[in-house]
Design a protein around this ligand. Structure first.
Ligand code: HEM
Length: 179
């Protein structure tokens, strides 16, 4: 998993819960990286799962809710570091429809070691889009959050339903309705 996902996460934990909490979750975890991350590095996904799990236990906030909050912060960071990837989109639905064949394709070129999810479009009309998320990381709540942020950035109201296609959430159907 790319380092910026870790550095932005720890920055948010510090902002919301303080440096003591950052130290606490790092110490509670058995981290491959020993808690040292740089934006350009690549680290084990199991590190992220441990940090998230300990933050969830210490704060009594579910991992799903933590991922939703994190997606707000991450979306801003992704736009700031890669503005050229999203600048020319005029519509949030077009942007989301282009993750698979444009945005994440470019991301993969910049970071060849990135492990990205797939988003297949199952159906699309003017106001509605159905996307199938697949990733062994099961970070679908991060995906939902990034979709909500995308719509928010265009000031377009939306409703997004999440339907797990298997128990662990490595396959998920998103029904996106522009209201
Ligand atoms: C400027 C736009 C974007 C950039 C630069 C970007 C970049 C990235 C990067 C670097 C990762 C980490 C990969 C790794 O750690 O190996 C990632 C993961 C991810 N991205 Fe994007 N992304 C963008 C937009 C989006 C949007 C709009 C969505 C909305 C659904 C999305 C969904 C995800 C998800 C769910 C993951 C987590 C990995 C997984 O589930 O397997 N991304 N992205």
């Amino acid at each position: 998993m790319k380092g910026m996902i870790f550095t932005e996460f720890l920055e948010l934990v510090e902002e919301k819960f303080g440096l003591v909490m950052v130290d606490k979750i790092i110490n509670q975890s058995n981290l491959d990286s020993e808690g040292i991350y740089t934006a350009v590095g690549t680290y084990e996904f199991s590190d992220m799962l441990q940090l998230l799990t300990h933050l969830s236990n210490n704060t009594d906030i579910s991992i799903d809710d933590l991922l939703l909050v994190y997606s707000e912060h991450l979306f801003k960071a992704l736009l700031k570091t890669h503005p050229n990837l999203v600048d020319h989109y005029k519509d949030p639905m077009d942007l989301l429809a282009s993750i698979e064949n444009h945005i994440h394709v470019e991301v993969q070129k910049i970071y060849p070691e990135a492990q990205l999810p797939t988003f297949e479009i199952e159906d699309r009309t003017e106001t509605k889009m159905i996307m199938i998320y697949k990733s062994d990381k099961a970070l679908y709540m991060l995906g939902k959050g990034l979709m909500l942020e995308t719509f928010k950035s265009f000031k377009v109201p939306v409703n997004i339903e999440v339907e797990k296609l298997n128990k662990i959430g490595t396959e998920v159907r998103f029904t996106i309705n522009r209201s």
